[in-house]
Design a protein around this ligand. Structure first.
Ligand code: ASP
Length: 274
């Protein structure tokens, strides 16, 4: 038996100080939602936490996500299961109620790792994934524009059998070009999970995470025996140094406590270990 663990984050982007406590509370509610599923497995727990955050209007995923340059919400999500390194992602979604549900359906279908835009929506309908009117996600246009929300939500879990999993969901970057896809649904860039080493989830400037393959590099460092605390710190230092980029990371190794690191003023996160 290994120690079960769950860590959840609500993004490392700019948070108005007045919203910090509310965002932290939202992340803690997501931790609770995920922890209730830990007995069903790491994958279920990580997905439940992220699914919850897609409904928290202060977080940049699902409802309340940021707007792109056309004033439209386009959502990305990804999931990865450390048992067999199966992965699923969905990107540029305008009408899928819970992007993480679609990422999971793509993973379970198994033919592809990443579906985008209209084809992804068609796949969602064919697989009984709940759809939504695109306006559902825009809660308060003005607030979003002013807040410049650029976060992602994510969760990393390890269950009592030692399996690890990661789930991620995001609106991407405020003002991004239509059609832009970030790191969040891309294994190795915004997430990675491998039972032999651990699971990792990133948030921040997606282009930098993609160029560095940051989450995969973090897993390789765990594989080489680096202490998980060091892995998290080093990954974020490298992000800043080599790409002059900001962001955060959460991870769980095969053993030990979850870790979080970020180089922005704040990243609401919460963890539980049994
Ligand atoms: N990484 C996300 C993206 O680039 C956004 C973020 O985490 O701030 O799409």
């Amino acid at each position: 038996m290994s120690r079960s663990a769950l860590i959840v984050h609500g993004g490392a982007g700019p948070v108005p100080p007045s919203e910090l406590a509310e965002r932290q509370a939202a992340v803690e509610r997501a931790l609770e939602a995920g922890w209730q599923r830990i007995g069903s497995g790491a994958l279920e727990a990580a997905v439940a936490a992220v699914r919850h955050m897609e409904d928290e209007p202060l977080l940049n995923a699902g409802i309340g996500a940021c707007l792109n340059a056309d004033g439209v919400v386009e959502l990305d999500a990804g999931v990865m299961d450390g048992r067999d390194r199966s992965a699923g992602g969905a990107a540029c979604l305008r009408d899928v109620r819970h992007p993480i549900d679609l990422a999971l359906a793509v993973m379970r279908d198994g033919r592809h790792v990443l579906l985008a835009a209209d084809g992804a929506s068609r796949f969602a309908r064919e697989h009984g994934v709940e759809m939504a009117d695109p306006s559902t996600f825009i809660t308060d246009r003005k607030r979003q524009e002013l807040a410049q929300g650029t976060d992602t939500v994510g969760a990393v879990a390890r269950d009592a059998d030692g399996h690890v999993a990661v789930a991620v969901s995001t609106g991407g970057r405020t003002g991004k070009l239509a059609g832009r896809i970030g790191d969040s649904p891309i294994p190795g860039a915004g997430l990675y999970a491998d039972d032999r080493h651990g699971a990792v989830c990133g948030t921040g400037v997606g282009e930098a995470f993609m160029r560095l393959g940051l989450c995969r590099v973090a897993i390789v460092e765990l594989e080489h025996g680096m202490d998980p605390t060091e892995v998290a710190k080093k990954a974020i230092a490298w992000l800043g140094r080599s790409m002059n980029a900001v962001g955060g990371i959460i991870l769980i190794g095969r053993e030990g406590d979850p870790q979080a690191a970020f180089n922005t003023p704040a990243m609401p996160w919460a963890q539980r270990v049994d």
